[in-house]
Design a protein around this ligand. Structure first.
Ligand code: HEC
Length: 123
């Protein structure tokens, strides 16, 4: 009997430790995902300055003559980040479409999301 109780206590202890460990793992994972998309958006910002700004203006303000990209309206035209990234990869830069890799187009789409205040996880 005493052994049964001890086993049950041990099992309960392990379950508690397991849940706590999962909680810590889960928080770290959520933070890692948020960090990754923040880093990608900042890579996108550098690419944007180098390849997009001449036409779309600084921060996508439209001062180069091409459409404004920071009004909040741009991202509403695309169903989600993947659709925006696909447009960018296949159609931009307008002067040389097709030069961007998928990861570059994705980073640019995340940066444009940021300009439009579209949050990660809210596609
Ligand atoms: C040579 C000028 C030029 C460059 C460089 C350029 N664009 Fe564009 N962009 C345009 C023009 C013109 C349009 C509108 C015509 C169209 O949609 O094809 C446009 C449209 C867009 C749109 C769609 C806007 C909307 O309201 O639907 C996005 C998004 C975009 N560009 C992103 C980019 C990104 C990201 C880059 C850099 C990789 C880039 N563009 C580089 C000229 C340019």
């Amino acid at each position: 009997m005493a052994l049964g109780k001890r086993l049950r206590a041990a099992a309960l202890g392990l379950a508690v430790i397991g849940c706590a460990a999962y909680g810590i793992y889960h928080d770290a994972h959520v933070q890692a995902v948020a960090k990754t998309s923040a880093r990608q958006a900042s890579d996108g910002q550098e690419l944007f300055a180098a390849m997009c700004q001449t036409c779309h203006g600084r921060g996508g303000d439209g001062s180069g003559g091409a459409p404004v990209l920071n009004s909040g309206a741009t991202v509403q035209k695309y169903q989600d980040t993947a659709a925006l990234a696909h447009f960018i990869r296949t159609r931009m830069p307008a002067s040389d479409p097709g030069v961007l890799t998928r990861p570059e187009a994705w980073d640019l789409a995340l940066f444009i999301n940021k300009l439009n205040h579209r949050l990660p996880g809210n596609p």
